[in-house]
Design a protein around this ligand. Structure first.
Ligand code: GDP
Length: 139
């Protein structure tokens, strides 16, 4: 069993895609073991995306991520990190495979509906950024 952090970004929430995204996770054996809605401050968004702080799009990305509420989830399942990334599709929606969340719903390389951890190390750091042990459930 593996855990990963998923975020439905502000564009996904405002486009009313929360149910659509969750349905895809549950249909693909990704168990939602934690979930909450939060509205990040600019500083909190910068903290989350600190690895990208030198990128030219950092300011725009963190403005976007703090522009409205997001839904944060911990997904659990066999190969959860890879499976979630497959369901999401490529970062650039123009390169994402048909049927993936980003191919279906993203509107730009930045506004791409979902975030998913990309390795076991980032998954544990990212989960700890948002959730404590009492907010993650076994069932
Ligand atoms: P991810 O792991 O697929 O989300 O992709 P990255 O970790 O490379 O990038 C993090 C996020 O930054 C992406 O999901 C996009 O929202 C945004 N992003 C990535 N590349 C670009 C870019 O070239 N321009 C802009 N404006 N945003 C980008």
């Amino acid at each position: 069993m593996e855990r990963t952090l998923s975020i439905i970004k502000p564009d996904g929430v405002s486009k009313r895609l929360i149910g659509e995204v969750i349905k895809r996770f549950e249909k693909n054996d990704l168990r939602i073991v934690a979930m909450k809605m939060v509205h990040l401050s600019k500083k909190e968004a910068e903290g989350f995306y600190a690895v990208h702080s030198e990128r030219p799009f950092f300011d725009s990305l963190t403005n976007f991520m703090s522009s409205g509420p997001i839904v944060v989830m911990v997904l659990e399942g066999k190969g959860a990190i890879k499976k979630n990334r497959e369901l999401m599709g490529a970062t650039n929606y123009k390169e994402a495979k048909p049927g993936t969340i980003r191919h279906e719903f993203a509107s730009s390389i930045e506004q791409n509906i979902v975030h998913g951890s990309d390795s076991p190390e980032t998954a544990s750091t990212e989960i700890a950024y948002f959730l404590n042990a009492l907010e993650i459930f076994d069932y």
